[in-house]
Design a protein around this ligand. Structure first.
Ligand SMILES: Cc1cc2nc3c(=O)[nH]c(=O)nc-3n(C[C@H](O)[C@H](O)[C@H](O)COP(=O)(O)OP(=O)(O)OC[C@H]3O[C@@H](n4cnc5c(N)ncnc54)[C@H](O)[C@@H]3O)c2cc1C
Length: 402
C-alpha cells in the first residue's frame, strides 16, 4: 500500500484514534480540524448489577488528540476546514481559516471523520457517488442543571440513571462527580408542548412544574437555562457505500451517526477504527480496505441505529408500564437461569462487547417475542410465569452464545 501521508478531516474521537492506528502501521498522517476543542460532556448512567462508567467525551477526545499529536509522522492542522473534493483530479480543497486561504491537497486517500454533519458525505452525495440520508427526530434536547446540595453531595441516588418518562417527552438526569446532575429534557421541536411554543416565562414554568414537580425542586435555574440553552439536534445518518473507490471514505459518525439513547455512538466509532485497522492488515489497496470495511461494519451500524431509536421509545414511554417492568424482571430471571442462551438485549449491547450489534438485534427480537408470549393475558408477577415452557422455547430458539 502506498505510504504517502493519509489525510484525515475531523479530529473528533474517530479521527484522533484513526491517526494513532494509521501511524502505528507506518503511515504519515495529516489531520485537519477547524476548532481547537472537541464535543461536550454527556455522561451515561448505571444498571442495577452491571456498571456503566461515565466519563467526559470531551476529555477522552482531548486525550486521544494529545496522544495523536505526540506520534512522529502525525501532523495536526487546527483551524483548517475541509470544503470540497474534486474526485476526477483526486484533490480536496481545505480552507486555512487563520489566513483565509484555500489550499488544495491530494487525497491519497482522505478519511472523512468530520462527524454527523459531514461535509464530505454531503459532497459525495451531491455528486451522486453515494446515497445518503439524514433523518431528524421530531424531538430535540436541552441540558438543564441540578446542582449539588450545600455540602457538595448529590441530592438523588448517584448510582442510577434517573428517568421521568412522560409519553411524548421525558427528562433524564445523570450524576456528575462534583455532586451535581446533568438533566436533559427531550421534547418535540414543534407543536403544542414544544421548544418552539414554550417561549414565555410563565408557560415554561407551568410546563416544567406540572410535568416534573419533584425534579423542578432540584433545578433552581431551570427557566433561565431553558430560555438560554440551545436545542440540540438528534438524528440518524445512513449512507451507502461509505467510500468512493480508493480516494475517500467516511468513518465514524460521518457514515452512521445515531441518536444518543443507547450511549453507544462513540463506542461504535471506536469499533470502526479497530475494524478499519484489521482491514488495513489484510489488504494492499485502499479500495479493498474501504470495501471490506463497509461490508463488515454496515450490518452492525444499522443494527445499533435501530436499537438506539427503539431505546428512545423505551425510555420515554414503555419504561413506565407495569407489563414492561414485568418483562424486564423476567428477562433478568431468564438470564439467571439460562446465562448462555438468554441475555437481555440491553445487556448484550452494553456489557457484552464480544456480541456484535447485529446479533444483539436479532436475538433481542426473538427474546422480545418470547417475553410477550410468557407475560400475555392475566400474567402479572414472576410467580405466574410458566418457566417450563420458557425453558423449552429458549432451548429451541436461542442457540448458546459460546
Ligand atoms: C447528546 C449526545 C450524547 C451522547 N452520548 C454518548 C454516550 O454516552 N456514549 C457514546 O459512546 N457516545 C455518545 N454520543 C455520541 C458520540 O459523541 C459520537 O458518536 C462521537 O463523538 C462521534 O465521533 P466522530 O469523531 O465520528 O465525530 P465528532 O465527535 O462529531 O467529531 C467530528 C470532528 O470533525 C470536525 N469537523 C467537522 N467538520 C469539519 C470540516 N469540514 N473540516 C475539518 N474538521 C471538521 C469537528 O470539529 C469535530 O472535531 C453522544 C452524542 C450526543 C449528541
Amino acid at each position: 500500500m502506498e505510504r504517502a501521508a493519509v489525510r484525515i478531516v475531523g479530529a473528533g474521537p474517530t479521527g484522533a484514534l484513526l491517526a494513532i492506528l494509521l501511524q502505528r502501521r507506518g503511515h504519515a498522517v495529516e489531520l485537519y480540524e477547524t476548532a481547537e476543542g472537541g464535543t461536550s460532556l454527556q455522561p451515561y448512567g448505571q444498571r442495577p448489577n452491571e456498571l456503566i462508567y461515565s466519563i467526559s467525551r470531551h476529555r477522552l477526545n482531548q486525550t486521544l488528540l494529545e496522544i495523536a499529536c505526540r506520534q512522529p509522522g502525525v501532523t495536526v492542522h487546527f483551524e483548517h476546514r475541509f470544503e470540497s473534493a474534486e474526485f476526477d483530479q483526486g484533490i480536496a480543497l481545505i480552507r486555512d481559516l487563520r489566513q483565509d486561504r484555500l489550499i488544495s491537497v491530494r487525497m491519497q486517500p482522505l478519511l472523512a471523520t468530520d462527524g454527523a454533519g459531514s461535509w464530505m458525505r454531503r459532497c459525495m452525495s451531491s455528486m451522486h457517488l453515494i446515497e445518503a440520508h439524514e433523518t431528524d427526530l421530531e424531538h430535540g434536547y436541552k441540558e438543564l442543571s441540578m446542582p449539588a446540595d450545600a455540602a457538595g453531595r448529590h441530592r438523588m441516588a448517584c448510582d442510577a440513571l434517573h428517568i421521568w418518562p412522560r409519553g411524548n417527552y421525558m427528562l433524564i438526569a445523570l450524576p456528575n462527580a462534583d455532586g451535581s446532575f446533568t438533566a436533559t429534557l427531550f421534547l418535540a421541536k414543534r407543536g403544542e408542548a414544544s421548544f418552539e411554543s414554550l417561549t414565555e416565562t410563565s408557560a415554561i414554568d407551568r410546563f416544567l412544574s406540572r410535568s416534573f414537580p419533584d425534579a423542578c425542586e432540584l433545578m433552581p435555574d431551570r427557566i433561565e437555562e431553558f430560555k438560554n440553552h440551545p436545542v440540540g439536534f438528534l438524528g440518524t445518518v445512513s449512507a451507502s457505500p461509505w467510500h468512493h473507490r480508493g480516494a475517500a471514505a467516511l468513518i465514524g459518525d460521518s457514515a452512521h451517526a445515531i441518536v444518543p439513547f443507547h450511549g453507544q455512538g462513540m463506542n461504535c466509532c471506536f469499533e470502526d477504527c479497530v475494524e478499519f485497522d484489521a482491514c488495513m492488515a489484510k489488504h494492499a489497496s485502499w479500495d479493498r480496505v474501504f470495501a471490506e470495511f463497509g461490508a463488515l461494519r454496515k450490518p452492525d451500524t444499522d443494527a445499533i441505529a435501530a436499537m438506539a431509536l427503539d431505546n428512545y421509545l423505551e425510555m420515554r414511554e414503555r419504561v413506565a408500564h407495569p407489563k414492561f417492568q414485568l418483562q424486564q424482571a423476567l428477562s433478568l430471571e431468564l438470564e439467571r437461569r439460562f446465562p448462555q442462551r438468554f441475555i437481555p438485549r440491553y445487556s448484550m449491547v452494553m456489557f457484552h462487547h464480544e456480541i456484535p450489534y447485529h446479533t444483539a438485534l436479532e436475538r433481542g427480537a426473538v427474546q422480545a417475542e418470547l417475553l410477550a408470549e410468557l407475560t400475555a393475558g392475566a400474567v402479572s408477577t414472576l410467580r405466574d410465569i410458566d418457566f417450563e415452557r420458557a425453558e423449552r422455547e429458549i432451548r429451541a430458539k436461542l442457540a448458546p452464545l459460546n
